[in-house]
Every structure is written in structure tokens, then in C-alpha cells.
Design a protein around this ligand. Structure first.
Ligand SMILES: [Zn+2]
Length: 265
């Protein structure tokens, strides 16, 4: 009986300490939540860094950690990128006929909660009538990515070009059904590099086409809140076309490559 009074005070003391710590942790959590809320919470994070899912891969992450899959072109690749004196559309006729733009560059996509960073090019038949249609390199260039970053991106090709004024620009062809070119190969304007696909059935067939001002490869997301290095794709092709609307001519690189193939045979 005599032990009870002496054992009681330490027990209540430790319970008091526990409650005190619990209050501190609770207060810290409340302050943290308040700061998160003032900074706008999840919506603001999406607003600031862009909606990354489901088209996410190979990107510089928002927290600044370097994704090793992001890489600049090496000196050898840069030296190989040919100067592109003319650009043509990637789908339809050489003049871009028989194609419509289903979702234009920088259109707000409410479902994704961000802006579309490319042009969705479709054959005029709609839905899957363009499945398997040829996709063409928009200009002479070097293939710097050829593969499937995620199932939602499907098969993707990135071609590096040097614009007539020497600036590095990339064209990106996504959701492909087939890839017909290997990484590090030279392609001429108008070369069939792949075919229109559905990204493994995620979307009705279309070509998600992007143009970027870039000297490194980061696939990134198909939607974003900031343009970053993305250019208005079809407007850029138009501004770099350097040809009369009715002009038809093969790329000089195409005949050079054809000759080199003939020589090696
Ligand atoms: Zn798209």
C-alpha cells in the first residue's frame, strides 16, 4: 500500500510528458499543413510543375534532382546534326493536306488539369482510320531518341535538327504504332520514320507531335502549366518551311543517304 503514493507521481509525470510531445507534434503538423495550404496545396503544385501523369517519363523532376535519363547531346551527336533548310508537315501530304489538328498546342485540357504541349494530328477520317498511316521526318535530322518511355507515351521518336540560323530544334513523334528508324541514324525530310498508333490502345489513333527548342533529350509530360522549351509545333514547321505552298522537292540528304546505301550494298 505504501508503494502506491510513491509510484503514482512518476506515472502521471510520464503521461504528462507524452501528452506534451503529442501536442508539439500536433502543432507542428498543423503549422506544416497551414504552410502547404498557403502555398496552394496540391493544386498549386500541379499549377507550378504541370500535371505529370499519365504521360510522364524521362523528365527533369521538379525537386531539382537530376534524372539520369535526361541527357544533353554529346559532341559527336551535335556535330552530326545536319542543317535543315526546309521543313514539311509530319502527316498527310507534303503540304499537310488530309490532316486535322484534334487538340492544338497550349489548349487547356480540363481532364488533365494542364495545357497540351503538342499538336494532336489526325487523318480526316477520324478515330482509328489513320492507324498505320506513315509519319514523316519534318526535316533533315539525327534520331536522338527511339523507344517507348512509358506505355501511355507508346513508341516515341525524337529527331534533332539545326535550323537555317543554326539553332537546335527537335521534333517529337509520339503514340506510334511502329518505329522504322534507329537511334543515331540520319533521316532526311520526308523519310517515313514510323506509323500512326494508339499508344497501346490508350487513345484513338493520332500523332502527338511536338517541336522543341532543345539540345538535350527529356521526354517530359504531354501536358504542362509552363511552355518550358516547347514551341507551337505546326506554326514552327510553317515558319521554317522556306518553300512555296505548292513546292515539291526531295531533300538533298535523301539522295545522299540513298547513294551511300547503294555503295555499301
Ligand atoms: Zn497529345
Amino acid at each position: 500500500m505504501s508503494s502506491e503514493p510513491t509510484s503514482q507521481p512518476p506515472a502521471s509525470k510520464s503521461r504528462g510528458t507524452f501528452l506534451y510531445l503529442l501536442t508539439l507534434v500536433g502543432a507542428a503538423a498543423l503549422v506544416g499543413f497551414a504552410i502547404w495550404n498557403v502555398s496552394g496545396g496540391a493544386d498549386a503544385q500541379v499549377e507550378r510543375f504541370g500535371k505529370q501523369a499519365p504521360e510522364s517519363a524521362l523528365m527533369m523532376p521538379a525537386d531539382g534532382k537530376v534524372d539520369s535519363r535526361f541527357h544533353f547531346l554529346n559532341a559527336w551527336q551535335v556535330a552530326q546534326v545536319p542543317k535543315a533548310v526546309r521543313f514539311d508537315p509530319p502527316l498527310g501530304s507534303e503540304h499537310g493536306a488530309l490532316v486535322y489538328n484534334g487538340q492544338k498546342y497550349w489548349e487547356m485540357n480540363e481532364k488533365r488539369g494542364a495545357h497540351h504541349v503538342g499538336d494532336d494530328l489526325n487523318g480526316i477520317g477520324g478515330m482509328n482510320t489513320d492507324l498505320g498511316d506513315p509519319v514523316f521526318a519534318v526535316a533533315d535530322g539525327l534520331v536522338v531518341f527511339s523507344g517507348e518511355p512509358t506505355p501511355e507515351w507508346g513508341k516515341v521518336i525524337v529527331v534533332a535538327h539545326k535550323s537555317p540560323d543554326g539553332k537546335p530544334v527537335h521534333s517529337m513523334y509520339s503514340h506510334l504504332d511502329r518505329i522504322d528508324v534507329a537511334k543515331d541514324s540520319l533521316v532526311a525530310r520526308g523519310t517515313r520514320i514510323g506509323t500512326v498508333g494508339t499508344a497501346n490502345g490508350y487513345y484513338p489513333a493520332h500523332l502527338h507531335f511536338e517541336m522543341r527548342s532543345a539540345d538535350g533529350v527529356d521526354i517530359g509530360g504531354g501536358y504542362g502549366s509552363q511552355t518550358l522549351n516547347r514551341l507551337d509545333p505546326m506554326a514552327t514547321v510553317q515558319s521554317l518551311r522556306h518553300a512555296a505552298p505548292e513546292a515539291l522537292s526531295p531533300s538533298a540528304l535523301a539522295s545522299t543517304l540513298a547513294k551511300s546505301v547503294a555503295v555499301t550494298k
